[in-house]
Design a protein around this ligand. Sequence first.
Ligand SMILES: Cc1cc2nc3c(=O)[nH]c(=O)nc-3n(C[C@H](O)[C@H](O)[C@H](O)COP(=O)(O)OP(=O)(O)OC[C@H]3O[C@@H](n4cnc5c(N)ncnc54)[C@H](O)[C@@H]3O)c2cc1C
Length: 491
Amino acid sequence: MTRPTAPIELTGTASRFGTAVRLPDGFVDDLRSVCEVIDDERATAEASRDWWPLALHWSIAGQVPNRAGAVVRPTTTEQVAAVVRRCNESHVPITAAGGRSGVCGASVPAFGGVVLDTTALDRIGDVDAASGVVEVGCGVFGPDLERVLNTHHGLTVGHFPQSFDLATVGGWVACRGAGQYSTRYGKIEDMVVGLEVVLADGRVVRTGGAPAAAVGPDLTQVFVGSEGTLGVVTRIWLRTHPVAEVERRAAYVFPTLTVGFEACRRIVRAGATPAVLRLYDGPESARGHGGDGTECVLLVLDEGDETIVDAAMSVVDTIATELGRTGDVGLVAAWTAHRNDTSALQTLTHKGFVVDTMEIAAPWSRLEAIHAATTAALMAVPHARAATCHLSHSYLDGACLYFTFAATPPPDQVDATYVALWDAGQRAVLGAGGNLSHHHGVGLNRARFVREALGTAFDVLVGLKTTLDPNGILNPGKLGLPSPFGDPAWP
Ligand SMILES: Cc1cc2nc3c(=O)[nH]c(=O)nc-3n(C[C@H](O)[C@H](O)[C@H](O)COP(=O)(O)OP(=O)(O)OC[C@H]3O[C@@H](n4cnc5c(N)ncnc54)[C@H](O)[C@@H]3O)c2cc1C
């Protein structure tokens, strides 16, 4: 079975944020009566970090954001419930952690306490073959799930994030993740049929279970995207599809980004949903797809039933060749070969670059304005070197824009530059009509923007938190929610 992948070397075990909540005397021994507990310094430090790009600099300097006092590894829902109940009774923070591939510091125990490692909850349960629904333990990694589904059932979930090898199903759900084939298969929230969730007081609840419902608000969706702050998701029921019969590829080139956006918009509004529809702006086209710096490259890939795929690709071709020209289809193969390669992040971090990505969603009508405002705001930050963008996921009413930015500050200005870039970029997006996040979530990094992003609806989120977790023990310091342990020491 897959295990979490360390993002970069960790050269020490110090806590950057300083003081952590002290575990009560005898608490660790009590946890040991429930399940496996790890409390040695090295292992707890390793379990206390994720792929948040800023914290990679801290790892090289021998620091994690904050170190947990203990890591628990339950193997059953009952054990999860027993651990969470003990934390609640003793007011100890507890943070669920799956693959720890989050890029916003979401699984980092901001105030120390207990990290609940979900990766031993790795059972793939029953498959309802007629309905195409599979039951999955929250700690199952993507490759393990797809191997079993493909081999034994001829099925696929169709969720292929770039972090496919790094992340768990529980993490997909907790962050409202998106796979690279999402235009055909949907985002994770479209795939979840129901959940089993352990609440802060140790109660176990089940949500959903039917293809649709009119039984009050959708309680499954309350927990999808809650980043471990409202409950621990222990089991997930996911929709599946038959393994694809055929695959088709195409590439196109447009004179400007505006024309490229229009092509994608028309394709999706016409009802064609090719699995992959990725449009790169001029600089990204030049960097990775052979463009001249102005022209914009569109990569298209679809898979599934032959008749449906051919129809979708025909719609794509008609619209794309009306607005642009056919490109080199070999670019799609180049993308599929390298699409999950993360080595550039570590290389650039070692060279002292501040580098990160910011993905947002917005209506079609706002994309151009957001692209212009955000790249300009990022490049205006001192030491900024690059700010580029591609469109990565499309919907009937809009799309996800995925910005990549880099800066080369002096070593003592890494944190300040990182904060300035996120302040500039995220505020430009919000100001121009985009949202806070499309699929990476909030974690620690974006916590300071949530109140502004949700507006008056933020009170609803706070209400859910105080009702479901009155002692505030579940992943405190995240999602911008109030915490009884104070404010996280970042930024
Ligand atoms: C190189 C790279 C590429 C990426 N590409 C994508 C991409 O294409 N699409 C995408 O969506 N994301 C992407 N991500 C982000 C990340 O992989 C996803 O957010 C992923 O879903 C996180 O899963 P995880 O198991 O690693 O969760 P973790 O990082 O361990 O946890 C993330 C959050 O979920 C909570 N959580 C985890 N498990 C549970 C549970 N069982 N119950 C309750 N809360 C839980 C944690 O408390 C934390 O708040 C990428 C990350 C990297 C490093």
